[in-house]
Design a protein around this ligand. Structure first.
Ligand code: 3PG
Length: 388
């Protein structure tokens, strides 16, 4: 997989796939433009070298339909604000005449944004015709859409093979993301600690398996903890368990030995908006955070860490009563001074809320892509980019 520096771009036109899948307010305005800012170095690199950029992104999950609220317009205007010295235009299609006339008329050093890729049913289906149509819009192809590189979608997967190997490259964000994870996994300062929480255990198991080959401790919270607790033989009351993951969870526990830590207590809702810490989970009661004793244990380990990889909140952080476990984790990581790599939208929101983003070494723009890269150390779209 080559980088931008190997591309011959001066005076040429680049098809640049970015992930501007940003959260929106109800009124359609952008709630957080981190992902747009994260791709600016690549766009600036190309524009400064007199490359014309045809920029493509998806937004939300319109499922192949044109959904008014998911049009690209707010992104185009934010991009224009962020690149005040550049002409930024956008068009209402993805391929075909409208897209081609915008792309072919772009002057060197200017940028044109295509309509939401997922308005086209062929994007998620990796339709070869769509891939071919997109490829006609650029002389070179740049993929800087790390957060969607775990998908085999037309604009990140099949499109790549339409360009000779010399004319396709990973953007600077993709480089930064993969180097941050590779560095932590391959040359960790010790102790190396992984923190895994969030919602679905099935999404986390492959990552935990890969991490166990390298880390000194895995600290588990959130919903995945319950499946692991049940696999160990604990009574988890009414907590959500992914029954079809119990075998995988048992294998993980066998492999991990005492390197994998599970919660020893839990925070549950109590009357009058209060919170109660319990050791056992009663039937019908939802545990919504790790308990105080678990937080203390996790904090002590994290404060000593040399490297941390963190994906998934410890509790239901949307409710301030159940933010405590995740706050403890974020503060302990910040205090440790560790090489801290944090990924996943809900996870990165935690140091953000606490003003601790600067204490994290790398904050990934990826959610599913981050976890998948940790597990497999490559992603389908990155492989497509590097294929001969
Ligand atoms: C993300 O938000 O994680 C990426 O943009 C991928 O989006 P998706 O999960 O809808 O494929």
């Amino acid at each position: 997989m080559q980088g931008l520096e190997s591309l011959h771009i001066e005076g040429r036109r680049a098809l640049v796939r970015v992930d501007f899948n940003v959260p929106l307010h109800d009124d359609g305005t952008i709630r957080d433009d981190t992902r747009i800012r994260a791709a600016l170095p690549t766009l600036e690199y190309l524009l400064q070298r007199d490359c014309a950029c045809v920029v493509a992104t998806h937004l939300g999950r319109p499922g192949g339909q044109r959904i008014e609220d998911l049009r690209i317009d707010p992104i185009a205007s934010r991009l224009a604000d962020l690149l005040p010295d550049r002409a930024v235009q956008h068009c209402d299609d993805i391929t075909g005449e409208t897209a081609q006339s915008m792309a072919y008329a772009l002057r060197p050093g200017t940028l044109g944004l295509l309509q939401n890729l997922r308005f086209h049913p062929g994007e998620e289906a990796d339709d070869p015709d769509l891939a071919a149509g997109l490829a006609q819009l650029g002389d070179v192809y740049v993929n800087d859409a790390f957060a969607v590189c775990h998908r085999r979608h037309a604009s990140v997967y099949s499109v790549a093979r339409h360009f000779p190997a010399a004319d396709r490259a990973a953007g600077l964000l993709v480089r930064r993301e993969t180097q941050a994870i590779d560095g932590a996994m391959d040359q960790p300062a010790r102790p190396f600690v992984a923190v895994i929480g969030g919602a679905k255990v099935s999404d986390k198991i492959a990552a935990m398996r890969a991490l166990l080959d390298r880390v000194d401790h895995v600290l588990v919270g959130g919903v995945p903890a319950f499946t692991l607790l049940k696999a160990r033989g604990d009574d988890v009351g009414g907590a959500p368990v992914e029954e079809d993951q119990l075998d995988a969870a048992r294998q993980l526990l066998d492999k991990a030995g005492d390197r994998l830590l599970l919660p020893v207590d839990h925070a549950v809702p109590a009357p009058r908006d209060d919170v109660l810490t319990v050791d056992m989970l009663p039937a019908g009661v939802a545990a919504l955070d790790i308990g105080a004793e678990t937080s203390t244990r996790y904090r002590q380990i994290l404060e000593q860490a040399g490297t941390v990889i963190w994906n998934g909140p410890m509790g239901y952080v949307e409710d301030p009563r159940f933010f405590a476990g995740s706050r403890t984790v974020a503060r302990a990581i910040a205090r440790s001074g560790a090489n801290a790599i944090v990924g996943g939208g809900d996870t990165t929101g935690i140091p953000q809320r606490l003003g601790l983003l600067d204490a994290m070494t790398h904050v990934s723009t990826g959610g599913g892509a981050f976890l998948s890269y940790v597990a497999h150390r490559t992603l389908p779209a990155l492989q497509a980019l590097g294929d001969e």
